[in-house]
Write a protein that binds this ligand. Sequence first.
Ligand code: ARG
Length: 473
Amino acid sequence: MSKLWGGRFTKQTDQLVEQYTASIAFDKAMAEEDIQGSLAHVTMLGKCGILPHDDVDTIKEGLHQVMKRIQSGDMNYSVSDEDIHMNIEKTLIDLIGPVGGKLHTGRSRNDQVATDMHLYLRKRVVTFAGLLVQLQEALLKQAKANLDTIVPGYTHLQRAQPILFAHHLMAYVSMFERDIERLTDSYKRINALPLGAGALAGTTFAIDRHFVAEELGFDRVYENSLDAVSDRDFIVEFLSNASLIMMHLSRLCEELVLWSSTEFQFVELDDAFCTGSSIMPQKKNPDVAELVRGKTGRVYGHLIGMLTVLKALPLAYNKDMQEDKEGMFDTVETLDGALRLFAPMVETMKVNRGRMRQAVRQDFSNATDIADFLVNKGMPFRQAHEVIGKTVLYCIEQNKYLLDLSLGEFQQFSPLFDDRIYEVLQPENVVNARNVYGGTASVQVEAAIRRAEQAIVRSNAWLTEKAAANSLK
Ligand code: ARG
């Protein structure tokens, strides 16, 4: 059989054009979703009396056979059939004969491809939310094991104030919580059915879009047929959400790379998540963290690419929109790879508590606390800041830390100092003094951990519900 749309043509398609316009090389990734959509469509055609039940049964049986071929890797894809939709339809007709040609009644590839992408992305969004929960769990495990591990907190990558290492890790749990929220919120917009919009204007057949929506587990149908076939907001939204996730991962990557350097030695990544050098035998490189950091760039690129494809695109479908897929597939693959590696990498990471503790003792990250000490004695903060600045300068000149100074030395800078500053300056006390909601004091971090655990329970309930909605009928 020639082209499915060949009737109007008297000439063969130029071979280069065929190659250039075909999407089968990549849109075969949505083969299962395409069949899932077709099964619901043809069921509806039968229910509405548009096709006789015998034809519906034959077509469904044929679609199941095509699905088997796809799943067993026996499907023959051909570039001359352009895309996944026509490859499947052609194979169906080859298998069951001309009755297969009835499947496309009341449908266009325009509403079909949009439906496939909604089905495809919906499933992936659930997977990614699940992988983010696993990453949160790995971070929580490390946080719980490090509730008394004190580490310098940084601003400008300069030591600022000591914090619990658990508090630092919990910052990422919060970041990934926002990512989960964004994914679950986007699900509402992904979970709308375009099918039934036809090419752009609807269809002359008395179809039942709501029935198809129910069959496929969509919460609603698109309101406007033009919008249904030309909306790719949900892909932009996904790429944007994916960009934020990658950005968050890349920040953690950067910290892992720094922390595992000889200069820091705060953590050691497990051998299983590092690689060696072909020339320098001593090397253990944090390649996974570096590569996730590096791959963030391509995900941002796909976001900008998609926004640019859609910019100024007139309604409704335009072939430009075929460019929506490769970036989306690549983002799915990139995110999947990163998230699957990240949780075990974090979980198996060894935390060098001794080294962290030593770092906290050999810095001035407790300076704010003696300024606060003077403030509590009645000195205006600005003045206290100046006094402690001078004290620190003196320490640097004397090659000492604040805890090394005698009371006499302290009192050179202010008569308000007394014995209690040695208690105030202890890293544990510095940490626990920040007993404010969301702060680094142990009790606050413990409460944060409990709240995060409750959020995970809520996320898991959502995941269970959506996993059920996504299982193939
Ligand atoms: N492969 C096409 C795409 O991904 C499917 C829709 C084609 N529609 C059309 N009118 N040519 O966009």
